[in-house]
Design a protein around this ligand. Structure first.
Ligand code: NOJ
Length: 756
């Protein structure tokens, strides 16, 4: 009784404290806004970049003069406490109302200690690890003067032609939602006012990953049922996790550009999901609405504000036209004020009104950025993202004796280790694969030859080398380079071929129609194959590639994505067995480009095809299989895991209740290792056609060699809910199938009924 009383009074006390804090904030912002002129309110909605990280053709002009006039709410694209302090001082000391700026940057997969690209991180299926990477990124970024990151990017994509698939978490809404939550938590922590937490921005809202043909910025057209069930959940998860800001996307939705889409930014985001933070555009995406053909700059700026957009990135349509639109009755003062309020609230939450320089500490920058501890975590994390695609005759892990030939254009390429979107990353601080291998190889004799250029095509190289020379075309001829590689190979017991993509072959505006490894590198691989020596292919890639020849001809394939600053060391750790790989694909690797989109949660057709043989009048191809080459969830280990049959706690589940599914997983190989145990469900009969498999749970477990573990999933009836054709989130009673296994294609099955 007494403890109940104490608990109740504590609750009242905390509620009062919370209310007071909220009231204090409202009072502060009300007072400030009372002093602001219309121009100053519109000024807050302006986000500018003085250069630095540019992702479009326009860069903001006269930034300093605008800062003084109170025409800027935030700045992005610069980092470093000194530079940021300098800009903040202009705003705070020289603008009329001394309102501090918010400072943003694309801190996407780490700040200066760079982690694997997001698609790689997602392949770890380890939420604690992903959260940790975001936490370290927040520590470093805030030590470097920043307080806002344009991350997490949670666009579902099933099209590896789209270069930005590298920036997201792959094809699956459930996995994507878990990662969205982990990232928001990692960045924002539980208190934004701490000087090491970073305001997050979920992007690109919405559906950007559905671009037709995988061509960046292209049209998206999708049914609402698909949107709600498959593409929207990760954004919603980020909102539920308390993300402070949302970035609108470049694409159209139902024909209306997302940046000016009222259904999206107001009805869905604010009214249905209850989002309370601030909405920013993407880089000039307000202006680009004119190219979409929906009006001139004044019209599209007014449309965007009306839709619920609040901060205009770079384009200055808000700054230059909103006043006129207000006079003409095309927007309201209330809309401008709401937007301004949300931006001021973000600044307030970050503590910038208390101390505008709280993120500018030279000491913190010196001690906390690229520290030995952060690098050690980056190395540990990178190793956990690698996916072992093949390991014939247990070629891996390599023995630490004899001679190995390390060949390939990525073996000694420091410039390509960080991957795309590592804006603040320092290439010269990254470890190459060759260095990582040498450090792990013990007494092994390590030979090296470049063997091939990433591409021999200078026109292609020029398109990739926009941010620096990633594709360096050697002075020697391709044949001379291959000859050198073959000489090294002839003296070796095993070949490690480090091949794949240059860092910026994925990322923004990096769409590809062919997903084959570049011809120059294929030629090298063919020549190496002809030696008859065992070959380990270490694959650098930011997207699923088509690897049919490689899968048939290489003895082992380790996909290492772009592992970041410590990626090279992590490759050494995995090749020589210090860490047993445990990554699993978060996006299917297609057989051929013609198969795209191919993903695990497809619907059944009326003419399903279930076997390997071609069958006339069934849904299949004449020339390739239906299945991807490597399915979602796939990834090998140096050891073997055996799954028992699934046992269910009951044969039916009541709405509102739970059911338990259990399997025993045994490590039957000779290495300790981690396994991602995956749970999929199928709603057999529904009011609409339902996916053949949907991921609904996973657990990453560690098993010593010979050890067994019982793994239990508790499934609540809510996990079976989906959006029906009226877009109601419902449970439908009837038959369900449940699958547990090591990947989406190799599972044990059980069945149950959902009842009222
Ligand atoms: C454009 C990109 O689409 C977006 O992801 C990024 O955050 C902004 N540029 C700012 O750099």
């Amino acid at each position: 009784m007494r403890s109940l009383f104490i608990a109740a009074s504590l609750l009242i006390a905390t509620t009062t404290v919370a209310q007071t804090a909220a009231q204090k904030k409202a009072t502060f912002i009300n007072n400030l806004m009372k002093q602001m002129t219309l121009d100053e309110k519109i000024g807050q909605l302006n986000l500018v970049t003085p250069g630095g990280a540019v992702t479009g053709s326009v860069v903001s002009s006269d930034v300093e003069a605008k800062l003084k006039k109170g025409q800027v709410g935030g700045l992005f694209g610069i980092d470093g406490p000194a530079k940021i302090r300098q800009a903040q001082e202009i705003a705070v000391k020289e603008s009329r109302l001394h309102i501090p700026l918010i400072f943003g940057l694309d801190v996407i997969h780490g700040h200066k200690t760079v982690f694997p690209i997001p698609l790689g991180l997602s392949a770890s299926w380890d939420m604690a690890l992903i959260e940790r990477s975001a936490r370290i990124a927040a520590n470093e970024a805030t030590a470097d003067g920043l307080n806002w990151t344009f991350s997490p990017m949670v666009d579902i994509s099933r099209d590896p032609r789209w270069g930005r698939i590298s920036e997201g978490n792959g094809e699956d809404p459930y996995l994507g939602s878990q990662i969205a939550k982990a990232m928001v938590k990692g960045y924002q922590g539980d208190d934004l006012s701490k000087n090491n937490t970073l305001l997050a921005c979920v992007k690109h809202f919405a559906l950007y990953g559905g671009a037709e043909g995988g061509r960046d910025y292209n049209t998206v057209d999708m049914s609402k049922v698909r949107m709600y069930n498959e593409y929207l959940p990760p954004y919603k998860a980020a909102v539920e996790a308390g993300v402070g800001t949302v970035m609108s996307s470049f694409n159209v939705i139902d024909g209306v550009p997302a940046t000016g889409n009222k259904w999206l930014l107001t009805d869905l985001l604010r009214k249905q999901w209850g989002f309370k933070g601030m909405v920013v555009s993407d880089y000039t995406s307000v202006n680009e609405m004119s190219n979409h053909g929906v009006g001139d700059l004044q019209a599209v700026s007014a449309q965007s504000l009306n839709a619920g957009l609040e901060m205009d990135m770079v384009g200055e349509g808000f700054l230059t036209t909103l006043k006129k639109s207000l006079k003409e009755g095309k927007v309201t003062l209330a809309q401008i004020e709401t937007a301004c309020r949300h931006i001021l609230e973000a600044k307030y939450d970050l503590g910038l009104f208390d101390d505008p320089y709280r993120y500018c500490s030279e000491d913190r920058a010196k001690n906390e950025i690229l520290s030995a501890a952060n690098r050690a975590e980056a190395r540990m994390i990178a190793a956990r993202t690698f996916v072992l695609l093949k390991n014939e005759k247990q070629l891996l892990p390599l023995k630490k004796n004899g001679t190995i030939a390390v060949v390939g254009p990525l073996a000694d390429s420091r410039r390509n280790m960080l991957g795309t979107w590592s804006v603040a990353g320092q290439h010269d601080k990254s470890v190459t694969v060759l260095e990582g291998i040498k450090a792990s190889a013990g007494s092994t004799n390590v030979l090296y030859a470049k063997g091939a250029n990433l591409s021999d095509d200078p026109v292609f190289a020029k398109k990739i080398n926009v941010f620096g020379t990633e594709i360096e075309i050697d002075k020697r001829s391709p044949d001379e380079m291959i000859k050198e590689a073959l000489e090294a190979a002839s003296k070796s017991d095993v070949i490690v071929a480090v091949v794949g993509e240059a860092a910026d072959m994925t990322g923004e505006a990096s769409s590809m129609a062919s997903l084959d490894i570049q011809p120059s590198q294929k030629k090298l691989l063919h020549a190496l194959k002809a030696t008859g020596k065992p070959i380990v292919m270490v694959l650098y890639t930011g997207r699923p590639l088509t690897l049919n020849w490689e899968a048939a001809n290489m003895d082992a394939i380790l996909n290492v994505w772009f592992g970041g600053t410590e990626g090279g060391n992590a490759v050494g750790d995995v090749l020589f067995g210090a860490y047993n790989p445990s990554g699993k694909l978060s996006a299917s690797f297609p057989y051929s480009v013609g198969q795209i989109p191919v993903y695990h949660s497809m619907l059944n057709t009326g003419r399903p095809y279930n076997n390997e043989e071609f069958s006339k009048f069934k849904s299949n191809y004449l020339d390739i299989p239906n299945q991807p080459l490597f399915p979602f969830g796939f990834g090998l280990s140096y050891t073997k895991f055996e799954y028992s049959a699934v046992s269910l706690s009951a044969s039916s589940l009541k709405i509102g209740g739970t059911i338990k599914a259990t399997v025993t997983v045994k490590n039957t190989g000779s290495f300790d290792g981690e396994e991602v145990v995956q749970l999929y469900l199928r709603d057999v009969v529904g009011s609409i056609s339902r996916p053949m498999r949907e991921l609904k749970g996973f657990q990453k477990i560690f098993l010593k060699a010979g050890e067994s573990k019982e793994v239990t999933f508790i499934i609540h009836s809510n996990d079976l809910k989906f959006y029906n054709s009226a877009l109601q989130f419902v449970n439908e009673t009837g038959d369900y199938e449940l699958f547990i296994g090591t990947n989406s294609a190799e599972t044990q099955k059980a069945a149950f009924k959902l009842t009222n």
